[in-house]
Design a protein around this ligand. Structure first.
Ligand SMILES: Cc1cc2nc3c(=O)[nH]c(=O)nc-3n(C[C@H](O)[C@H](O)[C@H](O)COP(=O)(O)OP(=O)(O)OC[C@H]3O[C@@H](n4cnc5c(N)ncnc54)[C@H](O)[C@@H]3O)c2cc1C
Length: 413
């Protein structure tokens, strides 16, 4: 028995909270907190200060649909080890490692996907809300989304999931007090819901403008919760925008504006003054609003955005060069493990697409710089990114899905 474990048992015997705290601190630093000891107390779980590394098991405690069409389902997740959950920043996401069972003609495989936390932090549970992704109607033979359909069809109350700790750099500036403008398109509402709930709890005086673009009442997620918050919080301005209202949808009741969330609407409805903008939605929305806000004079530091998949949106920089294929660009890229030497000319846009286009198999997950599945070691050279990736890279690592070679490159892939 180590000195710190002995101290733990003495403090439990004496009932001393001070000694107990000290013992836990010592044990945590060593990464050896005995779970049974942590569960001895009847008190509600205490907040953990640090996140965990690697995967942690969570049990699905509850699932509930958030829209009338039942395409968006919330999953409430409780840690199997019973230890209190660390806080996260409103806007961050969880990364799931999912074992997808074999189907006829398809082998079992493990995939990685990210899902935003859609509630304010709680020490007892996390919540994610997942939209079922179906194959594009105009592409015959393309399968439906693997992970989202797996969640909807096969993840039930009592099931266990393997989850990485909350992460990501798209989160609310909880120190500043400037009014926030949350702009969501479709399932991009999930990080906004977390930010909104956090503001309601911790900064009820802060002005919040929520612009939520969705097709109609069938897909309007969290409808009752949002309307309830808008009634209770005088500082919240709810601007729901339907692009295809149903015959029974009532303007001014179910939604505030027909059409789309665009610059004209923002200019027409936002009061004059400084705001912090947070945007998450489909590529088309982000590609119009991010440069639109810049052109309107909003400082880059006040525009925050996150894509749920591949997106080319970026804030303009003064040194910008034209994008796309350039015959003058010819950067040698060597894939060491695959034994392939190729030439990059910018056609594919990122190193993952470039590798795949040349038949080189690379692990991948989110394809947006968040999950880390495609992380690779740099043998030589440097990789650049349009936007800083969400995934925290170690020195000497790079992300292929959002990276481009800066100069002659060799990768351990
Ligand atoms: C940081 C972050 C946060 C996110 N938060 C959320 C969230 O809160 N809620 C949420 O619902 N999602 C969220 N996402 C998106 C989520 O991670 C998944 O990308 C989404 O659920 C789709 O995954 P899937 O496995 O179901 O689809 P995939 O299997 O990855 O398929 C994606 C699309 O490609 C199509 N497709 C499949 N195979 C082919 C093919 N051969 N050719 C052409 N098309 C093909 C599919 O039909 C589908 O339309 C987030 C993503 C990120 C990066």
């Amino acid at each position: 028995m180590t000195a710190s474990t002995l101290l733990l048992y003495i403090s439990l015997f004496l009932g001393s909270q001070v000694l107990l705290g000290f013992a836990f601190t010592l044990l945590r630093k060593r990464g050896s907190v005995p779970i049974a000891a942590l569960l001895v107390t009847d008190e509600p779980p205490k907040r953990q200060s640090a996140a965990w590394s690697g995967l942690r098991a969570f049990r699905v405690a509850r699932r509930t649909y958030e829209d009338a069409a039942q395409t968006q389902c919330s999953f409430y997740l409780e840690p199997v080890d019973g230890v209190a959950l660390p806080d996260y920043q409103p806007g961050q996401f969880l990364t799931f490692s999912l074992l997808i069972p074999a189907a006829p003609g398809v082998e079992a495989r493990t995939i990685t996907r990210c899902y935003s936390l859609s509630d304010s932090p709680s020490p007892n549970h996390y919540r994610v809300t997942i939209k079922r992704v179906v194959a594009p109607a105009d592409q015959a033979g393309v399968p439906d989304g693997v992970s989202s359909n797996f969640f909807h069809d096969h993840v039930h109350v009592g099931n266990t999931l393997q989850v990485r700790a909350p992460s990501g750099h798209f989160y609310l500036d909880s120190v500043g007090l400037a009014p926030v403008v949350l702009i969501a398109g479709g399932i991009g509402i999930t990080p906004m819901m977390s930010m909104l709930r956090w503001c309601a709890q911790h900064q009820p005086q802060r002005g919040v403008h929520l612009y939520y673009g969705v097709r109609n009442s069938a897909e309007h997620a969290y409808k009752a919760a949002l309307e309830d918050m808008a009634n209770k919080l005088p500082q919240l301005r709810l601007q729901v925008v339907y692009s295809k209202p149903l015959p029974d949808d009532r303007e001014g009741v179910d939604y505030q504006h027909p059409g789309r969330v665009d610059m004209a609407l923002l200019k027409q409805t936002l009061p004059h003054g400084e705001h912090q903008f947070y945007i998450c939605g489909p590529t088309a929305m982000m590609e119009s609003l991010v440069p639109g806000l810049s052109a309107w004079g909003v400082a880059s530091k006040d525009i925050h955005f996150e894509a749920f998949g591949p997106a080319s949106v970026r804030l303009p920089k003064s040194e910008d060069k034209p994008q796309g294929v350039d015959a003058a660009i010819a950067i040698p890229v060597h894939f060491q493990r695959s034994g392939r030497s190729l030439t990059w000319n910018g056609k594919e846009g990122n190193l993952l697409d470039f590798a795949e286009a040349h038949g080189i198999r690379v692990e991948s997950g989110c394809r947006s710089g968040s999950c880390g599945s495609c992380v690779s070691t740099l043998v030589r050279g440097a990789v650049e990114y349009d936007n800083p990736p969400d995934y925290d890279l170690l020195p000497g690592q790079c992300l292929l899905c959002v990276g481009k070679p800066r100069d002659s490159l060799a990768l351990d892939a």
